[in-house]
Design a protein around this ligand. Structure first.
Ligand SMILES: *Cc1c(COP(=O)(O)O)cnc(C)c1O
Length: 353
C-alpha cells in the first residue's frame, strides 16, 4: 500500500476509494522555500516562495500525476502503460511502472532528451523508443497505441494526471495558510497550469482558502503556440521539457489565465538561461532550464511593474537541475582549473598569496 504520497494525503479530493491499491513512491510534500536573495536582487517589494518540485522521487512534478495514473491503470488491470515524452514523463512513468509491476513503453524525440532523463527510463527497464520526429509527432503515435484496451496512456491527456498534479496547489495553500496572490510557472503541454488552477478552485469551493491567485504561465519564445495563437511546427528551445508546438491542454490553459485575470507569455532562451544561473547562484536552488522559465517570467513581470507591492508570489520550479548536467556546465560562469598538488598552486588558483 501507498505510504505517504499525495493520494493518501488528499484522497478526499481524488477519484479513489477505500479499496484502491495505491501505487506511490511517497511523492509530494515538496519544500516551499522563501526567497530572500533573489527577490532582493530584483528590487521587488513582494514575498516570493519557490515550490521546489525537483525534490519529488523522480525529480520532477510529473510524479504527482503519475501516482494516480498508474494506480488507476492497475485498477483497470491493463498490462502496459505508454507515453510520449520530452523526458520527465517517461522517467516518472518508468519508475511507477516498475513499482506496479507493469510494462512501460516510452516514445521520445530522437536525440532531444537530456542524459539524466534517458538514464532514468533505461535503468527502470522501460521499452525506450526514439522517434525520428518531435514530441508532438510522438504523442500522435501514442494516441493510436492507446486505442488498444491492454495499454493505458499516461500522458497528461489521461485525466488522472491532471487530477494528481492539482495536489501541488493544495500543498502551497496548506503551507502558506492562504492562497498566494500570483502563481508563476512554465507552460509546455499546459497540463500543470490546468492542474494548479483546478486545485486552487477546488480548495476555494471547499472553503480552505478565501481567494484565488492570478495565474502567470510562461512558454519559451521558440515554442510559444499559445502566445502566438497558432501551432508551432518545429518548436525550438534550450528548455527541452517545454519544447512543445501543439499543447494537449491548450484551451484549458487559456481558461486558467483568463478566469484568473492572468496571462500566458513567453521568455527567450537567453532570459531562461540567465534565470537558471541566477536562481542557483542567489538561492542555492538548482533546476533544469524549463523550470527557470517561471523565474524568467518573474524577472520580466517585475520589470514591467506587474507584481503589486506587498503581494505573495509563488513560483513552481518543475524539475531538478541534475536532470541536465551538460546544460548546467555550459551555463555556469565558473570554470574548474587544474593545478599541481602543492599549496602554493592551490593558493594561486584561489587568488590569495
Ligand atoms: C513537463 C514539464 C514542464 C511543462 O509542464 P506542462 O504540464 O507540460 O505544461 C515544465 N518543466 C518540467 C521540468 C517538466 O517536466
Amino acid at each position: 500500500m501507498g505510504g505517504h504520497g499525495v493520494i493518501q494525503r488528499y484522497r478526499e479530493f481524488l477519484p479513489v476509494s477505500q479499496d484502491t491499491c495505491i501505487i506511490s513512491l511517497n511523492e509530494g510534500n515538496t519544500p516551499l522555500i522563501e526567497s530572500h536573495n533573489l527577490v532582493q536582487a530584483l528590487g521587488g517589494g513582494f514575498r516570493l516562495f519557490i515550490k521546489y518540485e525537483g525534490l519529488n522521487p523522480t525529480a520532477s512534478f510529473k510524479d504527482r500525476g503519475m501516482t494516480l495514473a498508474v494506480t488507476k491503470a492497475v485498477e483497470k488491470d491493463v498490462r502496459a502503460i505508454v507515453c510520449a515524452s520530452t523526458g520527465n514523463t517517461s522517467a516518472s512513468a518508468a519508475a511507477y511502472a516498475s513499482r506496479a509491476g507493469l510494462t512501460c513503453v516510452v516514445l521520445i524525440p530522437e536525440g532531444k532528451i537530456s542524459y539524466g532523463k534517458m538514464a532514468q527510463a533505461l535503468i527502470h527497464g522501460a521499452k525506450t523508443i526514439e522517434v525520428r520526429g518531435n514530441f508532438d509527432e510522438a504523442l500522435e503515435l501514442v494516441r493510436e497505441l492507446g486505442l488498444r484496451d491492454d495499454i493505458e496512456i499516461v500522458n497528461s491527456i489521461n485525466p488522472f494526471r491532471i487530477q494528481g498534479q492539482k495536489t501541488a496547489a493544495f500543498e502551497v495553500c496548506d503551507d502558506l495558510g492562504a492562497s498566494p496572490d500570483m502563481h508563476f510557472l512554465p507552460v509546455g503541454n499546459a497540463g500543470n497550469i490546468t492542474s494548479y488552477w483546478m486545485g486552487y478552485k477546488e480548495y476555494k469551493d471547499a472553503e480552505r482558502i478565501e481567494s484565488l491567485p492570478v495565474m502567470m504561465g510562461w512558454q519559451a519564445e521558440g515554442a510559444a503556440p499559445i502566445v502566438r495563437g497558432e501551432i508551432v511546427d518545429a518548436p525550438e528551445t534550450v528548455a527541452t521539457a517545454i519544447r512543445i508546438g501543439n499543447p494537449a491542454s491548450w484551451q484549458l490553459a487559456i481558461e486558467a489565465s483568463e478566469e484568473s485575470s492572468g496571462a500566458i507569455d513567453s521568455v527567450t532562451d537567453e532570459e531562461i538561461l540567465d534565470a537558471h544561473r541566477m536562481l542557483a547562484r542567489t538561492e542555492g536552488v538548482f533546476v533544469e532550464p524549463a523550470s527557470a522559465a517561471g523565474i524568467a517570467g518573474i524577472v520580466k513581470s517585475n520589470a514591467r511593474g506587474e507584481i503589486p507591492q506587498g503581494s505573495t508570489v509563488v513560483v513552481t520550479v518543475t524539475g531538478h537541475g541534475l536532470k541536465d548536467p551538460a546544460i548546467a556546465i555550459d551555463n555556469s560562469a565558473a570554470r574548474s582549473v587544474v593545478v599541481e598538488p602543492d599549496l602554493e598552486s592551490v593558493l594561486n588558483a584561489i587568488g590569495v598569496q
